[in-house]
Design a binder for this molecule. Structure first.
Ligand SMILES: C[S@@+](CC[C@H](N)C(=O)[O-])C[C@H]1O[C@@H](n2cnc3c(N)ncnc32)[C@H](O)[C@@H]1O
Length: 313
C-alpha cells in the first residue's frame, strides 16, 4: 500500500487556491520564456521570490527539466505548508484524512460549526505557535490551512493584519479536502527545491547568470477600493513597487533572465505610466486576462496585465 502511494506519476499542481493565482497567464508567460529554455526544455536555476500558490512553478516542474529551484514568500503559513508537504507528507495525509472524514459526514449547519471550531483553534494557536522549530504540530497546522482553504467562502486563504484567518464558511457540497495523489506528487517535486520564508530581497545573493527568475508581486490595486493586495499583512504600495524595480535592475545586471507579471494601471487610467516609467529599460507586453474586478469576485471581465522581461525573444 505504501509503495502504491509513492508510485504515482501525476504532475504536481498547486495545493492551495491563492489570491492572484497565475494559472490563466501560464501560456502567455511560457511563450515569453528565453528562447534557449524553450528549445532545450531545461532550466538550470529557477527562482520564484513571490511564490504564493506556485502555479507557474508547478507548470515548469511538470514540463521542463529544472535542476534546482528556490521559492520565497513572506507568508509563514504558506511556507509552513510547503515544508510539511516536502518533509512530512504522510503525517499531513493522516491529519487531512481525519478532518475530511469528520467534516464530510456532517450536515450543513454542523459543517459550519466544525469549520468555525477549526478556524478558532487555528487563530488561537497563532499566539504561541513556534514557526521556527519544526515538530509534529506543524503537520496539524498545515492540515488546518488546507482544510480552511478548501471549505471557506471563495476558497481563498486570507489573513487580517494580526495574521488571523478571517474568511467565513463556504457552502461547498463535496470539497476535496484530501488530495492524496497531489500531496505525494508535490512532495516529490519539492525535493530539489529550497523553500524560504522571507522577503524577495533574500534571493538576490543566490541569483546569477544561469538563473531564470519569475516575479509575481502583489498587484498594485486597480482602484482605491480594490482589496487585491490586502491578502498578506505586508502592504505592497508604490514605494515597494519602486524598490522592487531596483531589485529587478540589480539582478538583470548580474545576467539573470527575469520575467515579471503585474497589473496594468492603464485599465483604469490610460495616462498612468507608472510601470512603463519604472521599467522603461525592459520589454513590456500587455496581455488580456480574465479577472474579478470587484471585491465580491462576481464581476469578471477581460483586463490587461503586464509581462515585463529583460531579454530578447
Ligand atoms: C500575486 S501573489 C503570487 C501568486 C502566485 N504567482 C500564484 O500563482 O499563486 C504574491 C505573493 O507575494 C507574497 N509577498 C508579499 N510581499 C512579499 C515580499 N516582500 N517578499 C516575498 N513575498 C511577498 C504574498 O504573500 C503572495 O503570496
Amino acid at each position: 500500500m505504501q509503495k502504491d502511494l509513492f508510485n504515482n506519476d501525476m504532475p504536481a499542481k498547486p495545493f492551495l487556491k491563492w489570491a492572484g493565482g497565475k494559472k490563466q497567464l501560464i501560456k502567455e508567460i511560457e511563450s515569453r520564456l528565453p528562447q534557449e529554455i524553450k528549445d532545450s526544455k531545461k532550466i538550470d536555476k529557477y527562482f520564484e521570490p513571490f511564490v504564493g500558490g506556485g502555479a507557474v512553478y508547478f507548470y515548469l516542474m511538470a514540463n521542463y527539466k529544472v535542476k534546482k529551484s528556490y521559492l520565497y514568500d513572506v507568508n509563514k503559513e504558506l511556507i509552513l505548508t510547503y515544508n510539511v508537504i516536502k518533509f512530512n507528507p504522510k503525517e499531513l495525509i493522516e491529519e487531512l484524512k481525519g478532518l475530511s472524514e469528520e467534516y464530510l459526514h456532517k450536515k450543513n449547519d454542523k459543517r459550519s460549526e466544525f469549520f468555525y471550531n477549526i478556524r478558532n483553534s487555528f487563530n488561537e494557536n497563532l499566539k504561541t505557535f513556534d514557526f521556527e522549530n519544526y515538530d509534529e504540530s506543524h503537520a496539524k497546522r498545515a492540515a488546518q490551512i488546507i482544510f480552511l482553504n478548501k471549505t471557506c467562502f471563495n476558497g481563498l486563504f486570507r489573513v487580517n493584519r494580526n495574521g488571523e484567518f478571517n474568511v467565513p464558511f463556504g457552502r461547498y457540497k463535496n470539497p476535496k479536502i484530501l488530495d492524496k495523489d497531489n500531496i505525494i506528487s508535490v512532495s516529490k517535486v519539492l525535493k530539489d527545491t529550497e523553500i524560504v520564508c522571507s522577503s524577495y530581497e533574500k534571493s538576490k545573493k543566490l541569483i546569477d547568470e544561469n538563473s531564470l527568475v519569475y516575479l509575481d508581486p502583489p498587484y498594485r490595486p486597480l482602484s482605491n477600493t480594490s482589496y487585491f493586495n490586502n491578502y498578506s499583512e505586508f502592504a505592497f504600495n508604490d514605494h515597494e513597487q519602486i524598490k522592487l524595480s531596483e531589485f529587478y535592475k540589480e539582478i538583470s545586471l548580474k545576467g539573470a533572465k527575469v520575467i515579471m507579471s503585474n497589473s496594468d494601471p492603464k485599465n483604469e487610467n490610460k495616462d498612468d505610466n507608472f510601470f512603463d516609467d519604472i521599467y522603461n529599460d525592459f520589454n513590456i507586453d500587455r496581455v488580456l486576462a480574465k479577472r474579478s474586478i470587484n471585491a465580491n469576485g462576481k464581476n469578471r471581465g477581460n483586463i490587461s496585465e503586464l509581462i515585463i522581461y529583460n531579454y530578447d525573444i
